[in-house]
Design a protein. Structure first.
Length: 303
């Protein structure tokens, strides 16, 4: 049976459009009193309460991936449709890969693995060039067979937490006065790097306030997936402005006090493995007493 979530309130050309209302409500409900608490910042910093959602010109002619940004004179948070597509596809594949790893089935010939590979490759391709999302062959949140429903709904949940972390990071830049500093003048790379870490720490704090027993796992996995997705923008982990993505993952998971054998660490390990494959970088894998120790062991090899 086919499931179709599209209706004409969904603007855009890519199937991730069906989640746009969920994205906004996820942001507004980051914490119980989020709208009330953020009102002061919104007014003081003149942050536009409406986000700028840039859709592609049509389904076959769009922009390649561009991350959200807020460094601009108008204090608007910009979101690009292709970034959402990229993040959804990365979330889907990282979720399936981690699940297969836990089940010990990653090496088996498996329909879920095949779909995850296809989705992962589509996401990677979007970094270099735009291409249309083949809804008949690549899993997506809009139209799918009901037998994929469980994996797709899980992906939607993780994607909404992950993308909300990205939004809270941008919001934190505004709240912490980084945008004022940026419009006053040129920012040194070191200062920008510092700003990025501060924005992550603030976003992680907001997220910690919004954790309840029933959303704890999705919150942590969502953040692990979102930060892991950012790894693939760079052939080298080191980057001038954004601090190394592997360090950002470590900081956030430590700040959440995630347990050493939590699946979040496994997701991050899987992402490092995929990243090293893509850029043909040799990583030595050894058996370690926990996923966290394995992550640290892999991460230091990138320094
Ligand atoms: Zn930033």
């Amino acid at each position: 049976m086919k499931i179709n979530h599209y209706n004409n309130s969904h603007k855009g050309h890519l199937p991730v459009r069906v989640l746009q209302h969920n994205i906004i409500s996820q942001f507004e409900n980051t914490t119980a009193e989020f709208l009330k608490e953020t009102l002061g910042t919104v007014n003081a910093k003149k942050l536009k309460t409406e986000m700028v959602y840039t859709i592609n010109s049509d389904a076959s002619n769009g922009d390649k991936v561009k991350g959200p940004f807020v460094y601009n004179k108008t204090n608007e948070i910009h979101i690009h449709e292709t970034f959402l597509a990229y993040l959804w596809c990365m979330t889907y594949s990282l979720y399936i890969y981690s699940d297969l790893l836990i089940l010990g089935q990653l090496d088996a010939i498996d329909e879920r693995k095949l779909l995850a590979d296809r989705t992962f490759n589509y996401a990677l391709g979007l970094i270099d060039n735009y291409s249309d999302w083949d809804k008949a062959n690549i899993p997506n949140p809009e139209v799918y067979d009901s037998k994929l429903a469980a994996d797709i709904e899980k992906t939607n949940e993780l994607f909404l937490y992950g993308f909300n972390f990205v939004l809270c990071h941008e919001y934190s830049h505004v709240d912490l006065g980084h945008c004022d500093a940026a419009t006053r003048g040129f920012l040194a790379d070191l200062e920008r790097k510092e700003f990025e870490l501060e924005a992550d720490a603030k976003a992680t704090n907001l997220f910690s306030d919004g954790i309840y027993p029933d959303n704890e796992a999705a919150t942590k996995y969502g953040v692990a997936v979102a930060l892991s997705s950012l790894l693939f923008f760079n052939s080298k982990v080191s980057k001038k402005i954004h601090p190394d993505s592997d360090v950002r993952i470590m900081n956030a998971l430590n700040q959440f006090a995630v347990e050493d054998n939590d699946t979040s660490w496994l997701i991050a390990c899987a992402a490092l493995g995929l990243w090293s494959n893509k850029y043909s970088i040799e990583l030595t894998w050894d058996e370690k007493p926990s996923f966290k120790k394995l992550y640290k062991y892999l991460s230091v090899q990138l320094d």
